[in-house]
Ligand binder design. Sequence first.
Ligand code: CP
Ligand code: NVA
Length: 316
Amino acid sequence: MNAAIENKTFYGRDFLTLLDYKPNEIEALLRNALEIKQNKAQYADALKGQSLGMIFENASTRTRVSFEVGMTQLGGHALFLSPRDMQIGRGEPVKDTANVLSRYVDAIMIRTNSHELVCELAEHASVPVINALTDAYHPCQAMADLLTIYEHKKVLKGLKLAYVGDGNNVAHSLLAAGAKVGMDVSIATPVGYEVDKDIFEKAKKAAEETGATLIQTNDAKEAVKDADVIYTDVWASMGYEQEQDERMKQFNEYQVNTELAALAKDDFIFLHCLPAHRGEEVSADIIDGTHSVVYDQAENRLHAQKAILLALLTNS
Ligand code: CP
Ligand code: NVA
């Protein structure tokens, strides 16, 4: 394996939130992702014979395809597991599911609303568990986001990222990501849709190590002022669809559009985890415009996750 890959401290661990990892570990994962992206062929057998079980309780395009393709490109295999077809969907305990799957697969990836359920699964599984989105965090997305920002800005520490919209899982992971790499993160949400207080405090504590400034405000203009990166996400996440109409009213002033983006630095980049709703959280001219790097960002899910898989599954 290439010398750039440093996986020893990761082997066998879970990947539930970036808050569980040290700043130098996040940096190592990013370096590994760049290495794997540049030298894809060298890693074609790295996970030969290994299997990833992927439990999807919610819909997915990017996560499902990038994990499955990532495992294939590393010489391994991924299984799509739907709770609709599994016994867990008929009430089999999480503990039993975790123990049994651990006898078959080398890692479990799960997307479900409940972060507690993922923690319970990780507690009982003897193989690494990867959080592929819960109501609290979306750490694989945040790794791809950092990789994308780094590629476009050549630096992370000292940048300002402005997130405008719902104080959701993606916002939480961006706070954690900023805290770990020393990137300032300003989150602007409508009143009542702020980020989770406990997660914010945990991220602020982590930020003491890197000097990142983390801000939660209700003022979108204040957040976007002089930003290097503008980020937004859907106003109604999975599990909150029934609030869509109410949220359309509450979030009306929080659209990322040309007028708001004019407050950012001239060379700002625009990120969105996707899927996007043009005309709601972002105007079409921004997401389809010259500052947008959303397709690079989507591609980087593949490279960032390959680095995560290699880190958790190889002891080199
Ligand atoms: N960004 C993201 O996680 O996309 P999917 O829901 O398509 O996986
Ligand atoms: N916040 C969104 C992200 C989708 C990738 C959701 O949870 O639905």
